[in-house]
Design a protein around this ligand. Structure first.
Ligand code: NAG
Ligand code: NAG
Ligand code: MN
Length: 591
């Protein structure tokens, strides 16, 4: 009996141990798997072994939110503000040097409250309990003192203290009095987590960011412009994707701080970053799967440039920025291409929002360095874009003659990291970019006069009219005399233009028999979308299409419900490119 008990006891003990052991193993395994992704990301010193768990918590600082909600005064809660006559002494002078209403900024508290305009779903979102630490790097040159301090204060006040290791203001050789000792003193007295480093010579935005990154010590680098305001709970959504994979770069949503009134508002509810073939920053619509999860990070081909989070480890693995890039321009493309092509990932996090003052105008003098932006673009194109660089050069032929300088280091880096070709980036990441921004501008779907079948002596006529004016029909004019009057192009933008002008046939009225007016072409569909149906000889307008129709007696044009029996809805379009029309869906954007 005693032996039996002992056996049972032993058995229990053993199986108990097994259970405990299994649970432990399971946990270790679980820990290990998150640990691994973490480990790849953040250099964990042996002394700082962290227990990484998948536990998620609510990171909101409800006390701070409460305090903010009670604030009243000029510009509080991000409401538009105005100067009184007495305050507006410096208005012109400060506007001129800053490009925004800096006199008003001085009347607004450094730690003002901004409205929480996140998607409502963000308010209940939880994030990993274990998040990496952050160094915020803010380069500036002659930033106005209150906008600079507001940037720093918003970061300090809206970040969990144990995550925010430091804020580094990189003074790129500013000449304003405040930028030196008064700034250092202010920070030492009032914002102890924030410090300024003063560069001995003017280095430009790109090298100033690099200088800040070099002295940063936390796991994650966050770069911000010097006239921004971090919004509620901005940090965890930026950090979680990096904690999960250190090769993920995360951008916040950028809100608008209006340059005149400092009103804080959304610019939109998200879009994917892109570019056209002159390297203007553009945006692509969210994908259907992105729209389904409005609070989840979504992939974005390129960053806007000024505001993003990246692990320090990955940033330096990518060589930081190309140091050959001068002052500003092209660096957002360089880093974006590198991130994607060299094994990383870039996302926008909708629940992280940061306001940014978009200036009314750039107040800085030209640095007198020639076409430094063109040279930067050339460097980026030569190193990363392979055969696609040609599309850039086709539009800006003088780039071919710019000496890009020594590229061996950049090319060696691309080699060393086994980065993918640009074609891969275009096909897998920016796959819908060519629809909206085709590398080679397609021809027109059709061009020439548009003649009505019911009244074959009448043609659509723009009559030298201008924007907002209604157009109608006129006697068809033969031959060469119809330039700009009866000569129209159905372009690859899927708009119908007065040939040779950027005026488009536009219908904004949803009512039946709505007029056709001229309006500057905006290339973004909507009221200017037209399609030609070759079989039916219809001009179809809009997404829920109506047909171009007319009243020959009144010489009036309008759109109305399509009708197979109607002859006034039939139009002969002088020259139609049937190949292109047959490929309608694959040319330009879809409605
Ligand atoms: C600290 O902030 C207060 C309030 O904004 C200001 O009056 C004071 O001058 C600051 N301290 C320094 C040393 O600048
Ligand atoms: C029609 O379009 C195709 C494809 O864009 C082009 O190759 C062809 O030259 C065009 N034809 C005419 C007559 O313009
Ligand atoms: Mn800016």
């Amino acid at each position: 009996m005693k032996r039996n008990l002992k056996t049972v006891f032993k058995f229990l003990l053993l199986s108990g141990t097994t259970v405990v052991f299994t649970v432990l193993l399971f946990r270790i395994f679980k820990i290990r798997s998150t640990f691994e992704s973490h480990e790849r990301g953040l250099p964990l010193e042996p002394s700082e072994v962290r227990i990484i768990s998948n536990e998620k918590i609510d990171w909101h600082d409800y006390d701070a939110i409460k305090r903010d909600s009670l604030r009243r005064g000029t510009g509080e809660q991000g409401k538009p503000a105005f100067l009184t006559a007495a305050e507006s002494d410096n208005y012109e002078k400060l506007y001129k040097v800053n490009g925004f209403n800096a006199a008003l900024s001085d009347q607004i508290a450094i730690d003002r409250a901004v409205p929480d305009i996140r998607h409502p779903g963000c308010k209940s979102k939880k994030y990993l309990k274990d998040l990496p630490t952050v160094s915020v790097v803010v380069p500036f040159h002659n930033e106005h003192w209150t906008t600079l301090l507001r940037t720093a204060a918003s970061v300090v006040n809206r970040s969990p203290p144990h995550l925010l290791k430091e804020v580094i203001l990189v003074d790129d050789c500013s000449t304003k009095e405040f930028s030196k000792k008064p700034l250092d003193d202010y920070l030492a007295a009032n914002l102890t987590k924030v410090r300024a480093i003063h560069l001995p010579e003017r280095s430009g935005l790109i090298r100033a960011r690099l200088a800040g990154a070099r002295v940063a010590t936390a796991d994650v680098l966050i770069f911000l412009d010097s006239h921004t305001e971090a919004n509620v709970n901005w940090l965890p959504p930026l950090l979680e994707p990096i904690a999960q994979d250190y090769k993920t770069c995360v951008c916040p949503f950028i809100d608008v701080i209006q340059y005149e009134t400092f009103e804080y508002r959304a610019q939109d509810e998200g879009a994917r970053g892109a570019f056209d073939w002159e390297f203007f920053y553009k945006r692509l619509p969210l994908l259907p799967e992105d729209l389904e999860h409005p609070t989840e990070p979504f992939k974005s081909p390129v960053m806007a440039g000024g505001l993003f989070a990246i692990s320090r480890k990955f940033f330096w693995e990518l060589g930081g920025y190309d140091e050959g890039l001068d002052i500003w321009g092209g660096e957002q493309y360089e880093l974006s291409f590198k991130i994607w092509q060299c094994g990383g990932l870039m996302v926008d996090a909708p629940c992280s929002r940061v306001g940014h003052i978009y200036r009314k105008y750039a107040p800085f003098p030209n640095p007198g360095k020639g076409d430094f932006v063109g040279r930067n673009y050339r460097r980026v194109a030569e190193v990363w874009m392979d055969e696609y660089a040609e599309y850039l050069y086709k539009r800006r032929p003088h780039y071919r003659d710019i000496d890009p300088g020594d590229l061996t280091k950049q090319k060696a880096l691309r080699e060393k990291l086994h980065c993918k070709p640009f074609k891969w980036f275009m096909e897998k990441v920016a796959f819908d970019l060519p629809l909206k921004y085709p590398p080679i501008e397609p021809g027109d779907f059709g061009v020439g006069e548009i003649r009505n079948l019911a009244a074959p002596e009448l043609c659509v006529d723009s009559g030298h009219k201008d924007r907002d004016q209604v157009i109608g029909l006129a006697e068809c004019v033969k031959g060469t005399n119809k330039n700009g009057e009866q000569n129209f192009a159905l372009t690859w933008h899927k708009d119908l233009r007065v040939k040779g002008k950027t005026l488009c046939l536009d219908v904004s009225d949803p009512n039946d028999k709505a007029d056709i007016v001229l309006y500057p072409c905006h290339g973004s569909q909507g009221n200017q979308y037209w399609r030609y149906d070759v079989e039916k000889q219809w001009f179809l307008h809009g997404g829920n299409p109506r047909c171009l129709d007319c009243d020959p007696g009144q010489r009036r044009l309008y759109v109305t419900k399509c009708d197979d029996q109607s002859k006034t809805q039939k139009w002969r379009f002088e020259n139609v490119n049937l190949t292109m029309i047959a490929d309608w869906e694959n040319v330009g954007v879809r409605f």
